[in-house]
Design a protein. Structure first.
Length: 139
């Protein structure tokens, strides 16, 4: 479970980004961990025959990178409660993605925060849109 903390400096409107390059190693390790060996992710020859023309990264790699960004940029010490994700464009091996976080709501009495989560490729093209909900660590 990812841990999250939103201190007093993490108010509504707080923004942060994390940039990550998607590598072949990352995709293969994710396939091993998840058991998802769909050839669109791991087989170059198969992927050439698809509408994408090459391998694409697992969508949930983006979910994991959002979790990482929440922990690194919003802070640790709380709990990741929920994540809505919409995959809008493919991510290819060697793409560089920027995870963008924006705190959109904080219910201090409940200790809950909502965070808009977006991922964009180096081209500026959005690849994932979503929203996370976290339980803030107690200060």
């Amino acid at each position: 479970m990812t841990t999250i903390n939103t201190g007093r400096d993490r108010e509504v409107g707080f923004k942060a980004t994390v940039e990550v390059q998607i590598t072949d190693k990352m995709v293969r390790q994710f396939a091993e961990m998840s058991g998802d060996f769909n050839p669109i992710h791991v087989d170059d020859e198969f992927a050439k025959t698809t509408r994408f023309g090459r391998r694409i990264a697992h969508g949930m790699i983006m979910g994991a990178l959002i979790s990482r960004a929440l922990n690194e940029k919003v802070g640790s010490g709380g709990v990741y409660l929920a994540q809505h994700l919409k995959f809008v464009n493919p991510v290819f091996i060697d793409d560089t993605v920027t995870i963008e976080l924006t705190v959109t709501g904080i219910r201090r009495e409940k200790g809950i925060a909502t965070i808009e989560t977006t991922a964009k490729k180096q081209t500026g093209e959005t690849v994932v849109k979503g929203e996370a909900m976290i339980m803030m660590a107690q200060s």
